[in-house]
Design a protein. Structure first.
Length: 97
């Protein structure tokens, strides 16, 4: 599967508003009646990154479905060792204000 940010033509740090605005622009440009395949790719990309929590998990863990559990654990441990922010913030457990 291709990178959802690439499909939508966005930078990985894009805000919720930017993601939604770009999605709506592309849907108007490529409606399902005109280009069903392109529309499906756009919709799939938007579904992957529209939720802020899922978007953060994807950025943090970037897990491929083909990765083994050992590879996922090793990557997670490496990221934790190099983390510059608290783990509870990374996992979304910090109290939101």
């Amino acid at each position: 599967m291709s990178d959802p940010y690439e499909v939508l033509g966005l930078a990985p740090g894009s805000s919720d508003a930017e993601i939604r605005r770009r999605y709506l622009e592309l849907v108007r440009q490529f409606p399902p009646e005109r280009d069903a395949e392109r529309f499906a790719a756009i919709r799939g990309a938007y579904d992957q990154i529209r939720d802020p929590v899922e978007r953060m998990r994807k950025r943090l863990f970037d897990v491929d479905d083909g990765d083994s559990w050992e590879a996922i654990q090793a990557d997670w441990n490496r990221r934790l060792r190099n983390a510059r922010i608290p783990v509870d913030v990374l996992l979304g457990l910090a109290e939101r204000q």
